[in-house]
Design a protein around this ligand. Structure first.
Ligand code: COA
Length: 177
């Protein structure tokens, strides 16, 4: 029997809300480490927005739209995922506008902690309803970074086991190697 005041009429029953997470990053280029966080992050939410954004302190190799196209191609069979981009906007504002509950981030090593803590606290200040959730990057990917991969490809190395073949092909085209 329903408790007084908690009758399950259509007016009072709360419908389960979709849990939306966002994984934003420069993804210049996306690496297998990023893809691993995306795969595992799916277990935490009903919908995952993978958003290419701009770190204003970095210069990029791939354009934002090239990065979006790569992620769309790689993640095309994942119906829970939307790949998008935003620029000239705070992540906190984008998240608020899109009903996001969780900011997903990967932590590779202790050196990431200070930077990530600063961002998480700033985002919390700007959007208190958002929670940043950190996942430890699996050890087989913890040495990877987008810059490292660009250097490896630029200098004739292979991206096998570090970047998706589609990403490697695009990087080679872009870097003319
Ligand atoms: N596996 C492999 N590499 C990883 C990784 C993982 N799991 N997680 C992070 N990295 C690497 C990336 O390859 C990248 O390497 P690089 O420095 O060589 O490019 C580095 O770690 C950090 O990348 P990323 O996670 O993409 O963060 P970022 O610092 O480039 O960008 C944004 C972070 C885009 C989310 C942030 O700048 C942002 O929110 N921008 C919007 C504007 C804003 O709101 N600013 C205020 C923030 S408080």
């Amino acid at each position: 029997m329903d408790k007084p005041g908690l009758a399950s009429s259509p007016m009072t029953k709360t419908s389960p809300k979709k849990r939306i997470a966002i994984y934003a990053g420069s993804f210049d280029p996306p690496t297998d480490g990023h893809l691993n966080i995306i795969e595992r992050g799916l277990a935490l939410c009903d919908e995952l927005i993978v958003a290419v954004s701009v770190n204003t302190f970095k210069t990029s190799t791939l354009s934002v739209l090239e990065r979006v196209a790569l992620l769309k191609e790689i993640l095309q069979d994942k119906s829970q995922i939307t790949v998008t981009h935003f620029e000239n906007k705070l992540l906190a504002d984008y998240a608020k506008e899109h009903g996001v509950h969780i900011i997903l981030r990967g932590l590779r090593c202790v050196a990431d902690y200070e930077y990530e803590l600063q961002m998480a606290l700033a985002n919390k200040k700007m959007a208190p309803q958002l929670e940043t959730v950190f996942m430890m990057t699996e050890s087989r990917y913890s040495h990877l970074s987008s810059s490292l991969l660009k250097e490896i490809i630029q200098l004739g190395g292979s991206g096998h086991g570090m970047i998706h073949p589609v990403v490697e092909r695009e990087l080679r085209r872009k870097l003319k190697v």
